[in-house]
Every structure is written in structure tokens, then in C-alpha cells.
Design a protein around this ligand. Structure first.
Ligand SMILES: Nc1ncnc2c1ncn2[C@@H]1O[C@H](COP(=O)(O)OP(=O)(O)OP(=O)(O)O)[C@@H](O)[C@H]1O
Ligand SMILES: [Mg+2]
Length: 283
């Protein structure tokens, strides 16, 4: 790896905030976001993020860094005090969640993301309540992506496993055909095998043409699948860059990934988990 680190502390240097981002107009852009819950207490203190069409962008960082708050701010669930959010160049700052869904933003919160007493099919219908006439077309898209959901459409969501519920939650958010999907810790609470399935599913949705922002505690796995990632720390950008570069950056490893476990080497040999399966592993 080059000694000229490909990542950088972003604060105070706008040119380094979005390392590795493609050129052109972003699909989604958050600029200098300041947001919080209690008066006078900012949780996000000038956060920046861009997502380009087709990208899978990860957000990692320590507990309490503001990752969920950032997603909630993008989705109109936490008031943005200053800064802007744009979607396809249009200002969507502080738009309400239902308006954002209509405009093509989907959100899957970490918890309570399915209606347990409803069937899989009814959960999917809830995701399409703003455009019920599109049911046949969207249901076909979902079943194509996740055949299990079609086979088990009548099953109550509350009787599903954690991983299956996560699939329903993602599918529900996909019903409105979003151009960008915001996922908050989809692998949380799942066994390692189910976590892998969730990451593979996330990649599959992305390959179907949906841009994704994924917040993850499982930082290594997240960096393996994403095109680019941001490290948030105390409500600010700390590092950014292509997922695999961050994964190999000594500073990021030291501060955010812990010791470099051998499973990273193993994981990099699994092409299906990597962005762009034709990319050769780093020597
Ligand atoms: N509803 C709320 N009211 C007040 N403070 C909140 C609320 N939700 C979160 N916070 C605070 O905001 C800060 C950032 O929380 P947030 O949930 O965004 O962090 P996170 O990076 O997602 O952490 P984790 O990795 O644990 O999910 C924390 O200090 C938290 O206590
Ligand atoms: Mg969180």
C-alpha cells in the first residue's frame, strides 16, 4: 500500500471529505449537517455524505457516533438545524418521511421494522400504501429478488426469524421503488451466517440498481461489500474512501476496526462479497 494514505481526516478539508467518490452529480448529498434531539445539544456537528447513482456506501464508527442520527436526519426523523440534503440536485432538507418515500428514499430502521401481526404480503402492501396500483409490478420485482417471500407470503411476520424479518423490512422499503435505500444496521443481532446472508442480500439489492447507504457495527463486513465508506466519530466525518482501502488503512484499523484479524484475509478471497467481483485481491 502507498505511504501516501488514501484516506484523510476530513474535518476542515472539504476536498478530502468524499475520498474515492465518482465525478458527476450525486444522487444524494448531505452537506455540513448539524442536527440533534435536545435543544442546544448537537449530535451531528457538520456531517457530509454523498451517494452517487448505483453506489453502495457504508457508514461505520463507534457507538454513539451519530450514525443512526445521520440516517434519521436524511429521512426527516430528526430536525436538521443547519446544512442541506439534496436528492438529484433538489433540496429535500427536513422533508417529512412520507414525502421522502414518494420522492424515492427508502429507510429501514434497526428495530421494529416489520408489523409482526401482519403477514409478509400485508407488510409489503403497507410499504406500497402510497401507490397501491403498482402492487403486481412491485411484488414481482420483490419475489424475483427474494423468492422465499413469495413462497411464504401468507406467513405472519412475527413468526419469522430475525434474518427473515430483516428481509421483509428491506422488501417493504423497496416496494416504492426507491432510488436510494437507507439501512440501519441490518446485520445487528443476527448469527454470523445470517449476517453474511444480510450483506449478500444488500449487495444483491444494490446490483438490482438501488443505491444504498448502510450503517453497520460490523465494520469489516461492511467495508468488504461497499464501494465507499465514511467513518463517523462524534458527529463528524473522520475518514472516507473506497471500502477496501479503509479496511487496510492502519489508522482506521487501529482506531475503528481493532486488531487485524485473519478473517479479513479469508474474506477478501470471497469474490461474491467484494464490490465488483472482477477486482483482484490486494497483494
Ligand atoms: N431520541 C434521542 N434523544 C436524545 N438523544 C439521543 C436520541 N437518540 C440518540 N441520542 C443520542 O445521540 C447520540 C448518537 O446516537 P446514535 O444512535 O445516532 O449513535 P450511533 O452511531 O447510531 O450508535 P450505535 O452504534 O450505538 O447505534 C448518542 O449520544 C445518543 O445517546
Ligand atoms: Mg445506531
Amino acid at each position: 500500500m502507498s505511504t501516501d494514505s488514501t484516506t484523510a481526516v476530513a474535518t476542515g478539508d472539504p476536498s478530502s471529505v468524499h475520498r474515492g467518490a465518482p465525478a458527476g452529480e450525486p444522487l444524494l448529498a448531505a452537506t455540513d449537517l448539524v442536527a440533534g434531539y435536545l435543544p442546544g445539544v448537537d449530535i451531528l456537528s457538520g456531517c457530509n455524505l454523498v451517494v452517487h447513482p448505483g453506489e453502495l456506501v457504508g457508514i461505520i464508527g463507534p457507538n454513539g457516533a451519530g450514525k443512526s442520527t445521520l440516517l434519521k436526519a436524511l429521512f426527516g426523523l430528526v430536525t436538521i438545524r443547519s446544512g442541506t440534503v439534496t436528492l438529484k440536485g433538489e433540496d429535500i432538507t427536513n422533508n417529512a418521511a412520507d414525502a421522502l418515500v414518494r420522492r424515492g428514499v427508502g429507510f429501514v430502521p434497526q428495530n421494529n421494522n416489520v408489523f409482526p401481526s401482519l403477514s409478509i404480503e400485508e407488510n409489503l402492501q403497507m410499504g406500497l400504501y402510497q401507490a397501491p396500483k403498482k402492487w403486481a409490478e412491485r411484488f414481482e420485482f420483490i419475489v424475483d429478488l427474494f423468492p422465499t417471500l413469495g413462497e411464504r407470503r401468507g406467513q405472519r411476520a412475527g413468526s419469522l426469524s430475525g434474518g427473515e424479518r430483516q428481509m421483509v423490512a428491506m422488501a417493504r422499503a423497496l416496494m416504492m421503488n426507491p432510488s436510494v435505500l437507507l439501512l440501519d444496521e441490518p446485520s445487528a443481532g443476527l448469527s454470523p451466517v445470517r449476517q453474511d446472508e444480510t450483506f449478500i442480500r444488500t449487495r444483491k439489492i444494490n446490483r438490482a440498481g438501488v443505491s444504498i447507504v448502510i450503517v453497520e457495527q460490523n465494520a469489516r463486513r461492511c467495508l468488504q461489500i461497499c464501494d465507499r465508506a465514511y467513518v463517523l466519530d462524534q458527529g463528524r466525518n473522520a475518514y472516507s474512501g473506497p471500502g477496501r482501502q479503509l479496511m487496510n488503512d492502519p489508522k482506521v484499523i487501529e482506531l475503528y476496526l481493532g486488531t487485524l484479524a485473519t478473517d479479513v484475509e479469508t474474506a477478501t478471497t470471497k469474490p461474491d462479497l467484494l464490490p465488483g467481483s472482477s477486482t483482484p485481491p490486494t497483494p
